[in-house]
Design a protein around this ligand. Sequence first.
Ligand SMILES: [Zn+2]
Length: 168
Amino acid sequence: MDLTYRSPKTEVRESPIHGKGLFAREPVSAGEIVAVKGGHIVDRETWQEIETELGSAEIQVTEDLFIAPVRQDHRDGSMLFINHSCDPNIGPQGQIVFAAMRDIEAGEELTHDWATTDDLDYEIACNCGAVRCRGRVTGKDWMKPELQEKYAGWFCWFLQRKIDEEQN
Ligand SMILES: [Zn+2]
């Protein structure tokens, strides 16, 4: 069941970064919408229970709400299959829409920087392969001033609001 929208210009296939990834089948122009996350809206407690069974498949939409699949047989249809990169070519616009940050060539993997969507407690080694890879990626990278500058206009609404609150 396809809960998530993925542009017909994209395809899901094996990724050199991790597992399956989303790729451009044909050129995508800057600003074009490549995917819209679908699923059910669940609170944090509910998602944490589901996550133990389904694994990472969610996007945080507010402090306490997540959009995610709630059943195993809906998981693949709800996945974006967008891997993290420290040098991404797509980013969130709002909470569930992902758009191209620049012109993208056919064959490129579509990646977003988790710093632009995540406010979570994790820290992982990054294997994204970008020249300026951060090496370690954390669920709090959105707080880094250099990333706030780099991704101005490309943070999800939920994080942008937190950034704005911090600065006031
Ligand atoms: Zn990286």
